[in-house]
Design a protein around this ligand. Structure first.
Ligand SMILES: CC(=O)N[C@H]1[C@@H](OP(=O)(O)OP(=O)(O)OC[C@H]2O[C@@H](n3ccc(=O)[nH]c3=O)[C@H](O)[C@@H]2O)O[C@H](CO)[C@@H](O)[C@@H]1O
Ligand SMILES: C=C(OP(=O)(O)O)C(=O)O
Length: 426
């Protein structure tokens, strides 16, 4: 029996209808905030999502001596970040444990200060998450990298532009190496780079700061090192995973939801898959997408791939949809080793799911039944909320701290669309 805990209480059975919009992209703002330490001047970042990961990154920056001012405008949070005087080059263990994305500070601190010390970020609920590509790339650029007592220390009087090959298009390694390269001597070429839209957003920010980066969105990125960077203003792109999650909520409830402020191209693969499942998706132009869910979803096969494929960050949500679809869906996870933790929780709600290695076979059932479930991680939590929206009776989703890492006002947004969802402390 769980007590004194916070949960999202979802009562299933409501169609979602209305208009909503995603916030700024979590996976764009985190490297962007790290990149602001590359200059002594102030960077003003707009459209920042009010999520826990952003607050943790702000805390990390503050402990390095960075001044961060928070305001609000129509775009969301506005952050003015000023790293004029950095008084530390070390990111402590409690903070790296709090958020893996603290690794994004490695490249910028090394570029700006020539030195960085950081606790080794561990794996997480989605499996081991090595950082060997990050470290190998930095070493190739001339950094002396040492791993000791759970800490990584890197030093380089000057990083040198080099040609770097990534064995896999790692999003984080691509971004870290881009940030390390902007102040390096000479030109860095990253081959086998990840192509996610958040990398293009980072390129846009860096170039607005005076960097010379091109190629983001393709698999070869060229960075010509410059002597110094300056302050800038930048607005973060909309969160395509939050958008996809809200589209999934419309689809699973047989709803009719209009999303505004979306970049349709960023959710194309998700739209195509939802259409295959029987949803009707109309790109209305000007960043608006209308999603109408069918009476009953159809089973599909889903395979996660690097962008522009189906994102792994939408895989748990697709699994939730598959649990109530007509027929058998096969879901293959190719990005992370262990990202089916939601399956066990969905089974508590009556889902029929068999997991064998990287594949999950989901036999759609007529009804799910509400239950007490626990979010093992961020998207996995969203998947449980989606299941709760259509389950009979009440579902309590614990582990809200995971959901809050990346969803801004989730229960309020769903409630505005007619869902019966509230946050309660038992
Ligand atoms: C803050 C952020 O942007 N997070 C996203 C980022 O995470 P993250 O940047 O951590 O993910 P990566 O693209 O680096 O990881 C992809 C694969 O490469 C492996 N790998 C990665 C780096 C490395 O040095 N060695 C290595 O083996 C990982 O274990 C994983 O199997 O991209 C993931 C894949 O789209 C998303 O799920 C995360 O939401
Ligand atoms: C896995 C995710 O993020 P992170 O890399 O921040 O853990 C995610 O956004 O689903």
């Amino acid at each position: 029996m769980q007590s004194g805990k916070e949960c999202l209480r979802v009562v299933g059975g409501r169609r979602l209808v209305g208009t909503t919009r995603p916030g700024g992209a979590k996976n764009a703002i985190l490297p962007i905030l790290a990149a602001t330490v590359l200059t002594r001047e102030t960077c003003v970042i707009r459209g920042v999502p009010a999520i826990r990961d952003v607050q943790v990154m702000i805390e990390i920056l503050r402990r390095l001596g960075v001044k961060v001012r928070q305001e609000e405008d129509a775009s969301g949070l506005v952050l003015s970040v000023s790293a004029a005087d950095l008084d530390s080059w070390e990111v402590r263990e409690d903070l790296t444990r709090e958020m893996r994305s603290s690794i994004f500070l490695m490249g910028p601190l090394l570029g700006r200060l020539g030195r960085v010390r950081m606790a080794y970020p561990g794996g997480c609920a989605i499996g081991p998450r090595p950082i060997d590509y990050h470290l190998r790339g930095l070493a190739h650029m001339g950094a002396r990298v040492e791993e000791r007592h759970g800490y990584i220390e890197a030093e380089a009087a000057h990083l040198l532009g080099r040609e770097i090959y990534l064995d896999f298009p790692s999003v984080g390694a691509t971004e870290n190496l881009m940030m390390a390269a902007v102040l390096a001597r000479g030109t860095t070429i990253i081959r086998g780079a990840a192509r996610e839209p958040e990398i293009t957003d980072l390129q846009n920010l860096l170039n607005a700061m005076g960097a010379r980066v091109r190629g983001a969105g393709l698999d070869v990125i060229r960075v010509e090192g410059v002597g110094r960077l300056h302050g800038c203003e930048h607005t973060v792109i909309p969160d395509r995973i939050e958008a996809g999650s809200l589209m999934a909520a419309a689809a699973i409830t047989g709803g009719d939801v209009r999303l505004e402020g979306v970049i349709a191209e960023h959710v194309e693969a998700v739209s195509a898959k939802l259409t295959e499942m029987g949803a009707e998706i109309v790109d209305e132009g000007d960043g608006a997408i209308r999603v109408r869910g069918p009476k009953r979803l159809k089973a599909v096969d889903v395979k996660t791939l690097p962008y522009p494929g189906i994102p792994t960050d939408m895989q748990p949500q697709f699994m939730a949809l598959a649990t109530v679809a007509d027929g058998t869906s096969v879901i293959t996870e190719t990005i992370f080793e262990n990202r089916f933790k939601q399956a066990e929780e969905l089974r508590r709600m009556g889902a029929q799911i068999k997991v064998v290695g990287h594949t999950a076979v989901v036999q759609g059932v007529d009804r799910l039944s509400g239950a007490a479930v626990s979010a093992p991680a961020l998207r996995e939590g969203m998947a449980l909320v989606l299941a709760g929206l259509v389950a009979d009776g009440e579902t309590r989703v614990y582990g809200t701290e995971h959901i809050d890492r990346g969803y801004e006002r989730l229960e309020a947004k769903l409630r505005d669309l007619g869902a019966d969802v509230e946050r309660i402390v038992e």
